[in-house]
Design a binder for this molecule. Structure first.
Ligand SMILES: [Zn+2]
Ligand SMILES: [Zn+2]
Length: 212
């Protein structure tokens, strides 16, 4: 099993792993900590700055600092802690509800997770690995529990391409029997990478998003 920079094991197959698309980290916190080149902070120095007279007692302790991230729904700031909800996706209960009760999408959290995964790939991977086909998406999403038995992603990816959130290209692969297979691959549109994903999720489906 892989180990995260913080020492935690990464069990990407576990259904309790809510950031199963983070292959190299145990949490969003750890990815940001690594990507931004952050360091642990000395608890004693921090207490000294705050004027705590006992700061010397804590000179030997190093803590993970709070890290600024963004709400996956509205884009507002979310402060992540290493120990409490290190992958916290939403700034508020309201944003959580907004994603789970999308007016035009049944099983909206699966659809939203698909978009989150694709946005994550488009943002963090090199060009060739940003494209995903529906079978790859299905096997990735199957790692979550309570998943539909039939692969809905060919249809979902087509819908979200026609809505302008994903882009599609045709590729060919050689099958095990030597036949040429033509497959459709999809990528999150690079021009939408800086938009709050909840807003995209609503507005490109023709629903109004009021922010939160
Ligand atoms: Zn970690
Ligand atoms: Zn929010």
């Amino acid at each position: 099993m892989k180990v995260c920079i913080c020492g935690n094991p990464i069990n990407s197959e576990a259904t309790t792993n809510h950031v199963f698309w983070e292959e190299d980290y145990c949490s969003t916190y750890c990815r940001l900590f690594d990507e931004r080149g952050l360091e642990k902070v000395n608890r004693g120095e921090l207490l000294k700055e705050k004027g705590n007279p006992n700061w010397k007692n804590f000179k030997g302790f190093f803590d993970y600092p709070p890290i600024q991230s963004e709400c996956q729904c509205c884009g507002k700031e979310v402060v992540l802690s290493k120990t409490q909800e290190p992958s916290k996706p939403y700034c508020s209960r309201a944003c959580h509800t907004k994603i789970h009760r999308h007016p035009k999408s049944r099983k909206s959290q699966f659809v939203f997770t698909m978009l989150r995964v694709m946005k994550h790939y488009a943002k963090t991977k090199e060009d060739g690995r940003q494209w995903v086909n529906s079978a790859e998406m299905y096997s990735l999403m199957q790692r979550m529990g309570c998943h539909p038995e039939k692969n809905p992603y060919a249809m979902l990816m087509r819908i979200w391409t026609s809505r302008g959130v994903l882009e599609q290209k045709d590729s060919t692969r050689i099958s095990e029997t030597g036949n040429k297979l033509s497959i459709k691959e999809y990528r999150f549109k690079p021009s939408l990478l800086n938009e709050p994903l909840g807003k995209v999720f609503y507005e490109y489906a023709g629903a109004s998003f009021d922010g939160e």
